[in-house]
Design a protein around this ligand. Structure first.
Ligand code: PAF
Length: 282
């Protein structure tokens, strides 16, 4: 497996493969790789001739300096994992390689970022938009893989790719869960034992809400139930629970069958902020 820290040698390597007519798959990550990332990589390896993973903790998408500092970094272990599964190339640049200058450009995804993550993490999707654009331009993949756990991120990237005519096919892969149902996340390693046990309550709340809505409970009542569920919890502090259209991300008041609807949740478990989502109709 090739490990690149710089843009130019990576581009030259990929150019050689592209000239041979080989297809390139790309999995952008911030490292601290877990089985969710590995499943994206494995899918890329099956579907493409050459698979590239980027590992870059992008500072411009963190609205909280402490969150950026505490973000887990396990580069050596990540590289070992990628090598073992047959990834062809890893790109792990320094900040100076990605941000030669402070970007003049900024993204506004309007209604798509006015809800959920965008509402609670100001500037987050501007940072995501900038780094994903840069990475897509550097790697120029045929296919790029993202996880459904970051549903809002995926929808925003899909719109970014459409708006700016990036020549790439996007794949959104299902959430990979721990045995108890907790969605895999790089942030999970920061949970202590007690928090880890409580963290599954996010998924349990989603399942409860899904069942209620399917049985005909209104969206308002369901939202109230979910808020109440966490009121007396000292460890899990609910930030939001939303019922949204999975494409427009706008809140839904009435359930319409056959509409693609997502139930989305975010909460602080101790000091660790976690998100999760499920589709209402599978
Ligand atoms: O989902 C992530 O890990 C990041 O937001 C991404 C897409 C790699 C951009 O930094």
């Amino acid at each position: 497996m090739h490990v690149f820290n710089q843009v130019q040698p990576l581009k030259e390597y990929l150019h050689k493969h592209r000239c041979k007519g080989q297809g390139i798959g790309f999995v952008p990550t911030m490292g601290a790789l877990h089985d969710g990332h590995i499943s994206l990589m494995q899918r890329s390896i099956v579907e493409n001739d050459i698979s590239v993973c980027s590992i870059y903790v992008n500072p411009t998408q963190f609205n909280d300096k402490a969150d950026l500092e505490k973000y887990p970094r396990t580069l050596e272990r990540d590289i070992e994992k990628l090598d073992k599964i047959g990834c062809n190339a890893v790109f792990c640049p320094e900040d100076s390689e990605i941000y030669i200058q402070k970007p003049n450009l900024s993204f506004n995804f309007h209604h798509l970022e006015g809800v959920m993550e965008g509402k609670h993490r100001k500037g987050h999707f501007n940072g995501v938009g900038i780094v994903v654009s840069k990475l897509l331009n550097i790697v120029n993949p045929d296919k790029a893989y993202f996880g459904q756990k970051d549903l809002q991120q995926f929808v925003i990237i899909k719109n970014l790719v459409e708006d700016l005519s990036f020549d790439v096919e996007l794949v959104c892969a299902p959430i990979i869960r721990e045995n108890d149902g907790l969605a895999m996340s790089s942030r999970n390693v920061r949970l202590n034992d007690m928090e880890r046990k409580e963290a599954v309550k996010l998924y349990e709340a989603l399942l409860l809400a899904k069942e209620s809505l399917k049985q005909g409970k209104s969206v308002t009542e369901t939202k109230n139930d979910i808020s109440r569920l966490f009121l007396a919890n000292d460890i899990v502090k609910l930030e939001y629970f939303e019922v949204v259209d999975a494409n427009s991300l706008q809140e839904i008041e009435t359930i319409v069958h056959n509409q693609k609807i997502s139930l989305c949740i975010a909460a602080f478990v101790g000091n660790v902020r976690l998100i999760d989502n499920v589709f209402l109709f599978d």
